[in-house]
Ligand binder design. Structure first.
Ligand code: ZN
Ligand code: ZN
Length: 327
């Protein structure tokens, strides 16, 4: 197999030939057909997450076909198309796992961070954490659903019963969430980097009621806002934009420091919460819903060997929607 391997934090990924991995008990080997590129991959590469592991193969939005089953795997078969998400394994025994909060497991493995991921021609996954994807939809089009879609979905659920929803950072996750929110009859207000008129037009095309720069206030007060951009200064900005009792959801795994802000921004029962990881139930719920809504993902495809290029384009916001690597 071949993979783009992170050998040193902060360094470029290296095209590397590796021995074909064998699935252990309960594991599957997946021939990768497409793997989305997520902002979390940038945080991994940049060494911004705790307890980094190198060498590591990043990538946690994997779509591929099973080409070998480890012993004891049930309910999946060779040739079946599956998705492998960020949540690679949980312990099953901690207090969180036992209370339907496996996203907060004390002893998890995360795909492309603490176990090898999908910037490769093949990967090994724990069969219990892979999602059967069926045959509807293209591989590259489905890949962004595995994290951008799933985290976006969890964030939207946690945002609650809002009618007016702000999305700060209109990238891979927001462009999917906007479609879900619209299908539920909500109004979406999209905030981009100031002056990014192309992304604002993209947001309007996907049904946003309003789109503007993150330095602007929306034309009406919002019930809730989700912050996808890893920019701490957006926290007080979003709190300012939500009405009394409104909720601000931070959806990213990493964010620059949040500047201090007057208590009045939080007062009147505004809530500030974060979203971490996903549960398998999130995957079942969202991946079941996505084809019914008819979510269309906007993808820019790169050959696997150009993973560094894709990461840099993500960093600088050079494409709309999501980047996807194809072997
Ligand atoms: Zn991700
Ligand atoms: Zn656990």
């Amino acid at each position: 197999m071949y993979a783009m391997v992170l050998k040193k934090l902060g360094a470029a990924l290296e095209w590397t030939e590796l021995a074909d991995p064998e699935p252990g008990p309960g594991e599957i080997r997946v021939k990768v057909a497409a793997c989305g590129v997520c902002r979390t991959d940038l945080h991994v590469v940049d060494g911004e997450l705790p307890d980094p592991k190198v060498p590591i193969i990043p990538g946690h939005e994997i779509v591929g076909r099973i080409d070998r089953l480890g012993s004891g795997v049930e309910g999946l078969s060779v040739g079946e198309r599956v998705g492998v998400p960020w949540l690679g394994r949980t312990c099953g025994g901690c207090s969180y796992c036992k209370q339907d909060q496996e996203n907060l497991c004390d002893n998890p493995l995360f795909t492309g961070y603490s176990r090898n991921g999908g910037f490769a021609t093949a990967t090994i996954a724990d069969a219990r954490f892979a999602f059967p994807l069926g045959e509807v939809g293209g591989d590259a089009a489905l890949a962004p659903l595995l994290c951008a879609g799933l985290i976006g979905w969890r964030s939207l659920v946690i945002a609650g019963k809002c009618k007016t929803l702000g999305l700060y950072g209109f990238g891979a996750a927001a462009h999917i969430v906007a479609q879900v929110a619209k299908s539920q009859g909500r109004s979406v207000f999209a905030f981009t980097r100031p002056g990014d008129l192309a992304t604002q037009a993209f947001a309007r095309r996907l049904g946003a009621t309003w789109a503007g720069g993150s330095d602007e206030m929306p034309p009406e007060q919002l019930d809730a806002a989700i912050i996808f951009a890893p920019v701490g200064v957006l926290v007080p900005t979003a709190l300012k934009a939500v009405k009394k009792g409104g909720r601000v959801v931070c959806a990213g795994i990493h964010m620059s420091d949040i500047p201090s802000f007057p208590y009045s921004l939080l007062w009147e029962e505004r809530q500030l919460v974060s979203v971490a990881n996903l549960t398998r139930q999130d995957g079942i719920d969202f991946l079941g819903l996505a084809p019914k809504i008819g979510i269309v993902t906007e993808t820019t495809q790169y050959p696997l060997i150009q993973a560094n290029h894709a990461l840099e384009d993500l960093r600088t916001g050079r494409f709309e929607g999501a980047a996807v690597l194809v072997p």
